[in-house]
Design a protein. Structure first.
Length: 318
């Protein structure tokens, strides 16, 4: 591993502990029982060293002030309990300075309000918690808000929807920087999915997802474990003991995307992991990942990463 990336989280008064913990779980401790380095070093700062109030029934104490942002490769801004509260001017200036220096700027949940207040999101595609999207859009009309996304990667600015979507975003950053295997190991350690398909519409009250009574967890787990057997939507429907039409309807409601898109994403993730961690021939990787042919594998991998299987293995293979 080369030089560690320096991650600094900004804990403002009112910080949501869960949001901050998403970053801690991803960047401060590596996957595995030994907590080996993950490629990142993380610190948490406040406007000044000392206590930081939270709405979660306890107080945090941070060792660093805003000067820590001057050394950050990645700046993470967790949400605060009342997102429209004005941010201290010195914190806004420090965030602008980090962005101007080339740091990657990340917000979790309603932390997007802070980055927008700093003027760092104008013209950028972003997301935030669904419950605050209308308020955000009214306050910051120059920002291209996507209220449906779990997270948005806009290059050097990355934003997540609410709460656990922050962990989805942090896993995405690990995947982007260290590869699919590292992200999968980190997800396994945190007992969460390496990648969730669909958007936050599936979690909004009164959306179809809130009214479904059928669970698809067993079928999804089977498809991930046996990608070569889950050849198409009809196979998924048969495993779930449903008609194909009923399965598609329930899948869209519960997962937020189509079965085909979800299958393609799972196969691509499996192929990336095999290319990174094994020396299996590409033809075997295609079969084990469920693509069936190298042509299909190559097309999906190029769409996801911009690389051919051989180039991807040269870049991230172990």
């Amino acid at each position: 591993m080369g030089t560690m990336k320096q991650v600094v989280a900004l804990a403002l008064d009112g910080v949501m502990a869960f949001d901050l913990a998403c970053a801690v779980q991803a960047f401060r401790h590596g996957p595995g029982k030994t907590g080996e380095p993950s490629g990142f070093e993380m610190r948490t700062c406040g406007v000044r060293p000392g206590p930081v109030w939270t709405p979660n029934g306890f107080e945090l104490r941070v060792e660093h002030g805003l000067e820590a942002l001057a050394e950050a490769d990645v700046v993470v801004v967790p949400g605060i309990g009342i997102p429209t509260l004005p941010t201290p001017r010195e914190a806004l200036a420090a965030l602008r300075g980090a962005a101007a220096r080339g740091a990657t700027m990340v917000s979790i949940c309603v932390g997007a309000f802070v980055l927008a207040e700093a003027g760092l999101l104008d013209g950028r595609r972003v997301t935030t918690h669904w419950a605050y999207c209308d308020e955000f859009a009214e306050l910051y009309p120059a920002v291209r808000l996507d209220p449906t996304a779990l997270y948005v990667d806009d290059g050097d600015v990355l934003t997540s929807a609410g709460l656990s979507a922050g962990l989805d975003l942090c896993l995405h950053i690990v995947r982007r920087e260290l590869g699919a295997h590292a992200a999968a190991e980190l997800a396994r350690w945190n007992v969460t999915a390496p990648h969730r398909e669909g958007g936050q519409a599936q979690y909004i009250p009164d959306a179809p997802a809130a009214r479904t009574d059928g669970g698809l967890a067993a079928t999804l787990a089977w498809a991930v474990a046996e990608p070569a057997a889950a050849v198409d939507v009809s196979a998924l429907a048969a495993h779930a003991l449903m008609s194909e039409r009923t399965f598609i309807r329930r899948f869209k409601a519960q997962v937020g995307t189509t079965p085909r898109r979800w299958l393609d994403a799972q196969r691509t993730a499996r192929a990336r992991e095999l290319l990174e961690t094994t020396r299996l021939p590409v033809e075997v990787v295609a079969v084990k990942a469920g693509f069936g042919s190298v042509t299909a594998l190559r097309a999906h991998l190029r769409a996801a990463t911009g690389a051919t299987p051989a180039a991807y293995r040269r870049s991230l293979g172990r």
